[in-house]
Design a protein around this ligand. Structure first.
Ligand SMILES: Nc1ncnc2c1ncn2[C@@H]1O[C@H](COP(=O)(O)OP(=O)(O)OP(=O)(O)O)[C@@H](O)[C@H]1O
Ligand SMILES: [Mg+2]
Length: 209
């Protein structure tokens, strides 16, 4: 058995923007997967909005995730057979939102892609696909947003655009944002930088202090 994360204790304030940095293999994606309840720890506790989630069933976790967590992946993970609009509308439809399509249209507008609603992911650039993924992650107004190297597959100018958007939506929605990044310029724009090394916290610094 590989021990990936160990002796890890931290809490994140509501609305805080936290960057998780560290070398490849240090456990950043594993940590984010645990926070989203996509993975289960072999020991320890994880509290989200006051709920201890490690003992929950898959069904409970899926239900909680749908209402509370938005997730953005490095490789976008859009559904290839769905248009941009359908990708953004899907989580809204799953959560029973009556005006799903109208809201998805608004969200596409908020990421500057209202003209692309009928396009499939393969017809969009990487930056455009990630902006769709950002719109999808914010669709259900989740209080918690997790992003695993959201700019990792983008050139620096496009990455900057996606980050501006992410931080703007964070401000508008007041969501807590935890993002994994290799980009020191991006990490500096957050409130706090947690550095992982070999599965443990090597440093935890508030920006500006
Ligand atoms: N499902 C798994 N089973 C066994 N080991 C795993 C699994 N997933 C990840 N690991 C191991 O856990 C360690 C941490 O992986 P993780 O993906 O969290 O790193 P990371 O910090 O996100 O790296 P990168 O910057 O390359 O994305 C690595 O040594 C990896 O090989
Ligand atoms: Mg990773």
């Amino acid at each position: 058995m590989v021990n990936i994360l160990h002796s890890l204790t931290f809490d994140v304030q509501q609305k805080q923007v936290v960057a998780v940095v560290g070398p490849s293999g240090s456990g950043k994606s594993t940590l984010l997967g645990l926070l989203a309840g996509l993975d289960k720890p072999t020991s320890g506790s994880i509290f989200l909005n006051g709920h201890e989630i490690t003992s929950w069933s898959e069904y409970q976790l899926a239900h909680f995730r749908r209402r509370h967590i938005g997730y953005i992946f490095q490789a976008f993970h859009l559904i290839p057979t769905f248009t941009a609009l359908e990708n953004v509308a899907l989580p809204l439809e799953l959560s029973g939102e009556p005006m799903a399509v109208e809201r998805a249209q608004q969200l596409l507008k908020s990421v500057g892609l209202q003209d692309r609603h009928g396009h499939y992911p393969a017809q969009l650039s990487g930056g455009e696909q990630q902006r769709i993924a950002v719109a999808r992650a914010f669709a259900c107004r989740p209080p918690i947003l997790l992003a695993d190297e959201p700019t990792g597959n983008l050139d620096s100018a496009t990455g900057q655009l996606v980050i501006d958007l992410l931080l703007k939506l964070h401000r508008d929605h007041g969501s807590t944002l935890v993002l994994v990044t290799h980009d020191p310029n991006l990490a500096k724009r957050t409130d706090r930088i947690i550095t992982l090394h070999d599965g443990a916290i090597a440093s935890d610094k508030l920006i500006g202090f």
